[in-house]
Design a protein around this ligand. Structure first.
Ligand code: ATP
Ligand code: MG
Ligand code: ZN
Length: 678
């Protein structure tokens, strides 16, 4: 039987396949659409003739050639006029039965047809490639055509005129040569396919033909069917190396949906999820499931919860408003920032952990890169790769200067635009950002403004929905608890507190919740509006130029929506709004805004220009230090007098601030009624 099949001409077999109604239609369609290729679903070919399909995978060069010829023959029957015009039909195979893993690709797959999924990280512009080059002999002028293969332009061995036969010199005649569009891509493993803790691998892909180039942009998730090739890199003057480099000659390319492959919950898991959502304490449960080994930081974990679930993006005809949130943790060294970020990258449906510098030349946004051959290509950075996911950026203050500029657009508009070296492109970067940064001075200085404490410009800071400061302040009670907690981890080798929801279920819970689009109720709307207007009004009567901005109002909406999502609710309640206001207040307070008295002026505080509270604290400290120089120890009463008479700061306020400075440990009381700077 097998022998019998061998004797059948493969081209005949393909022709039979193309006589199926569906493919006859596809082939005759090409004449109407002006295309020069048809798509074949591998599964259908496999069902038609398993042996033929298998041999196509084994010997793709030979069998794709047969398939091309067969489809062209069928086109001749369907529409002979069009067939004459186009000379060739390319068969593009899609959806092989199984996909090959990028990191498993090796010598075994060389020369085979495989399907690989990945994310495009780099793309060159579309460039014409010579297929058939015509060279003119400089002696007799006879043109000699040479079909081109390989990477380098090849001249003829000798002049084709039998009377001449000179071995050069030749002149390349561009007008008479034939070109085809080509493009090089670099494919990278998707963040969600990556084994934990591994660096992603990449593979170069060559696209040839106007119908396959320019389909995918950096950041796109694609499925490519192609032939694995190996080329020996050559060293000038030495020769070719023995170890080859793999690349893929693409036969077909499909852009996949951008949503992270939602790990769909099983019916049992769905039941569990719905049950959990009914729990009145669901928010607490989720929060205590976030990095349970990290002690404390309740508000930080609450912020992480909102970030994981996210708000609802709004697309209006004229503008779009992001739904993803951005949060920043500024913290002293060793306050578990990196640990929290890595946890989020692990549980988020598409999480990516990177340092501010980025792990590739493209950094956080994108870059135009000059490749070895001198050609330019566009490479996607971390935020583009984490499109529709969460980018966890550690050490954000250390990002590249180019990213500092580009990240503004990425954080608000969710796109990255590049116009450099002849490449003009806009890439999507619809990511939530969780960033961590160290204070510029090593430790957080509570008397300086946020902007002074961190080397990030205000324009970037203001794009964070929530900012928290993680300080490492010695405190007997808290230290004892945390010490016990950490030592317990080391003793047991496990977290002393069990997560109520495991990370696997958590990921599914988040994916499930993200399909819900909660809508603000009237009550919620009123609560958010009232809070926002009160703050605006307060700053107006204070006479300060700009207070809290519209950005904070949008943040409040996002946080409330995220909170409703956690409970799988379609409606944002007043309670959600209240929680959003509470955490927003806390964040504003942490960056130095006095919410209780409504003396807030986000621009002034963040830029560090004089504003009553911060300013007065500085005055108190400098006056105290000045007096200390003279008298050693400063009497509190003397300090109060000095500040009242010379600086017009009311006693009550000074008392209050001294209290705060004492609590923070900036000053201390060596004895009753005396003060000293620490
Ligand atoms: N609250 C905490 N609970 C449990 N472990 C903690 C806590 N704070 C710090 N640690 C532990 O301290 C170590 C240092 O944490 P990590 O590396 O995340 O700090 P970091 O904030 O990133 O510091 P840096 O700013 O220097 O990068 C980790 O092993 C972490 O588990
Ligand atoms: Mg760290
Ligand atoms: Zn010649």
């Amino acid at each position: 039987m097998a022998r019998e099949l061998e004797t059948i001409d493969p081209q005949e077999r393909f022709l039979e396949f193309f006589k199926k109604e569906k493919y006859r239609q596809r082939i005759s369609q090409t004449a109407i659409t002006g295309k020069e290729s048809i798509t074949v679903d591998f599964e259908e070919l496999f069902a038609f003739d398993q042996r033929l399909a298998e041999r196509l995978l084994e010997k793709p060069d030979e069998f794709l050639h047969h398939a091309d010829n067969a489809s062209y023959a069928q086109l001749g029957i369907e529409d002979s006029e069009y067939a004459e015009k186009i000379e060739k039909v390319t068969v593009r195979i899609v959806q092989l039965l199984g996909k090959e893993q990028l990191r498993k690709l090796g010598s075994k797959q060389m020369g085979k047809l495989v399907m690989i999924e990945g994310i495009v990280v780099r793309a060159t512009p579309v460039r014409p490639m010579v297929m058939r080059a015509v060279f003119k002999c400089k002696r007799c002028g006879t043109p000699t055509p040479v079909d081109q293969t390989g990477a380098f332009l090849r001249a003829p061995f000798e002049c084709s005129d039998p009377a001449c036969r000179q071995k050069g010199p030749f002149e390349f005649v561009q007008d008479e040569s034939t070109f085809i569009d080509s493009q090089d891509l670099r494919l990278q493993e998707r963040p969600e396919d990556l084994p934990p803790g591994q660096l992603p691998r990449t593979l170069n892909v060559k696209l040839v033909g106007s119908e396959i180039v320019d389909l995918a942009r950096p950041g796109d998730h694609v499925s490519i069917v192609g032939v694995v090739r190996a080329i020996a890199p050559s060293r000038p003057g030495i020769g070719k190396l023995r170890t080859f480099i793999l690349h893929l000659d693409a036969n077909s390319l499909e852009v996949l949906g951008k949503e992270p492959e939602a790990a769909l919950p099983s019916p049992e898991e769905e039941k569990k999820i719905l049950e959990l959502a009914k729990d009145p304490w669901i928010h607490r449960k989720i929060m205590s499931s976030i990095a349970p080994s990290i002690y404390g930081y309740e508000h930080v974990k609450e912020a992480i919860m909102y970030l994981l679930f996210g708000g609802v993006p709004k697309s209006l005809p004229d503008i779009t408003v992001r739904g993803e949130m951005n949060a920043l943790f500024i913290g002293d060294p060793g306050t578990a920032k990196s640990q929290l970020l890595q946890y989020v990258a692990r549980v988020a449906p598409r999480g990516l952990y990177t340092s501010g510098r980025g792990t590739t030349a493209a950094g956080l946004t994108a870059a135009v890169i000059r490749e070895k051959g001198g050609s330019m290509s566009l490479e996607a950075g971390a935020l583009v790769l984490a499109d529709k996911g969460i980018a966890c950026i550690d050490e954000m203050d250390k990002m590249r200067p180019e990213d500092r500029v580009a990240i503004h657009e990425a954080m608000e508009q969710h796109t990255v635009s590049v116009a450099k070296g002849g490449i003009v492109a806009t890439l999507n970067a619809r990511t939530a950002i969780l960033a961590a940064a160290n204070p510029a001075l090593g430790r957080y200085e509570p008397h300086r403004t946020v902007a002074e404490n961190i080397s990030l410009p205000v324009t970037i800071l203001s794009r964070f929905d929530l900012i928290f400061v993680l300080r490492d302040v010695p405190n007997k009670e808290a230290d004892e608890k945390m010490t016990a907690h950490i030592l317990e981890i080391h003793r047991k080798g496990a977290s002393p507190v069990e997560a109520p929801i495991g990370s696997e279920l958590m990921r599914k819970y988040v994916s499930y919740a993200k399909t819900i689009k909660p809508v603000l109720s009237r009550d919620a709307l009123k609560r958010l509006g009232d809070f926002y207007l009160a703050m605006r009004a307060a700053s107006e009567s204070e006479g300060s130029p700009v207070a809290i901005t519209a950005r904070q109002l949008e943040s409040l909406v996002r946080i409330s929506e995220a909170r409703a999502r956690v409970a799988l609710r379609k409606e944002v309640t007043a309670e959600d709004a209240e929680a959003a206001v509470t955490i927003m207040k806390r964040s504003l307070e942490e960056v130095g805004i006095d919410v209780s008295s409504y003396k807030m002026d986000i621009d002034l505080i963040m830029t560090g220009r004089p504003k009553s509270v911060r300013d007065r604290m500085q005055i108190i400290i400098s006056v105290l230090m000045g007096m200390e120089k003279e008298t050693g120890i400063v009497e509190k009463a003397a300090l109060l007098n000095e500040l009242e008479s010379k600086h017009q700061i009311p006693r009550g306020e000074v008392e209050r601030m001294i209290g705060q400075l004492l609590r923070e440990g900036t000053i201390y009381e060596p004895r009753e009624g005396c003060l000293k700077k620490t």
